[in-house]
Design a binder for this molecule. Sequence first.
Ligand code: ZN
Length: 70
Amino acid sequence: MSMQDTPSSGRPPPRSGGPKAPSPHPDCPKCQRRMTIKQVAPVLFASNIDDIVYGCEDCGTEIKRSVKRA
Ligand SMILES: [Zn+2]
């Protein structure tokens, strides 16, 4: 029997959203306009994280961001 080495060197799991954005309001990926908050919902399994849905008033694009509460 051979033991297989798994290359796990403390690499964090991949997360959607990319690096933390400095601005709380993201720009629309389509028309680059400042998006507005449409909905805020707390994440149940993480007490200090909110799921925020941003919407673009121009083209209607919606994106969701997980934002850590201060
Ligand atoms: Zn837009």
